[in-house]
Design a binder for this molecule. Structure first.
Ligand SMILES: C[S@@+](CC[C@H](N)C(=O)[O-])C[C@H]1O[C@@H](n2cnc3c(N)ncnc32)[C@H](O)[C@@H]1O
Length: 199
């Protein structure tokens, strides 16, 4: 079976157009088979978005962007912010690019396995991590994310309580030296960790 985190999706296309409402804006997105959460915005993704602080001109990364919900919505809400989106899955990256255009936001897309093709550092990294890809991947995102944050930068993530949220929180704590649950609901927990300049 092919997974949504494939770096070479070969499933037939099956595009589904959806409308989502967030923060007083209507969004139109194309979703497709072979990309996470076809046909709707994931509940964890919505909870994560609801938990984020407002941005001004910070640089933020939607790590593992899928069809682009997080990065595109952030860019619409905070047009002065420098928003980047990345994914290992080329089908996700091209959908996110198309969706950014459809929603008239200006963002930067990266087709990248983790930070392989991203040399920048960020004030905020936001991720709904690919739990099905396994701890090796989700923990590497924490470690590499920590390395690509500016001092005082924040790492926000959402994990389903039953899909290892406890151990995920412990790994955040181990890498960042701090981790806090800032929101919960519908079986999900949203974590925030802050990069401390001494680590
Ligand atoms: C749970 S999905 C979240 C997608 C989107 N952010 C959302 O909330 O709908 C996780 C995403 O991480 C991507 N991913 C998996 N492994 C990755 C890696 N090594 N580097 C970058 N992205 C990866 C997957 O392709 C997938 O799109």
């Amino acid at each position: 079976m092919e997974h949504y985190y494939s770096s070479h999706p070969s499933t037939d296309h099956d595009v589904e157009e959806i409308d989502e409402y967030f923060g007083n804006h209507n969004f139109h997105f194309s979703t497709d088979s072979g990309v996470f959460s076809k046909g709707k915005m994931d509940k964890g993704t919505r909870l994560l978005l609801e938990s984020l602080p407002p941005l001004t001109n910070e640089r933020a990364l939607d790590l593992g962007c899928g069809w682009g919900a997080i990065g595109i919505i952030l860019s619409k809400l905070y047009p002065m912010a420098d928003i980047h989106l990345s994914d290992i899955n080329p089908r996700a990256v091209s959908l996110a690019k198309k969706n950014a255009k459809a929603n008239q936001v200006s963002v930067t897309l990266h087709k990248s396995d983790m930070f392989e093709n991203i040399e920048l550092s960020f004030d905020m990294i936001v991720t709904n991590p690919p739990i099905r890809a396994g701890k090796e991947t989700t923990y590497a995102m924490i470690k590499e994310g920590h390395g690509h944050l500016n001092d005082g930068g924040t790492f926000f993530s959402v994990v389903r309580t039953k899909q290892g949220a406890k151990s995920y929180g412990e790994e955040l704590e181990r890498v960042f030296g701090n981790a806090e649950i800032v929101n919960r609901g519908g079986g999900y927990k949203v974590f925030k960790a802050i990069k401390d300049e001494s680590r």
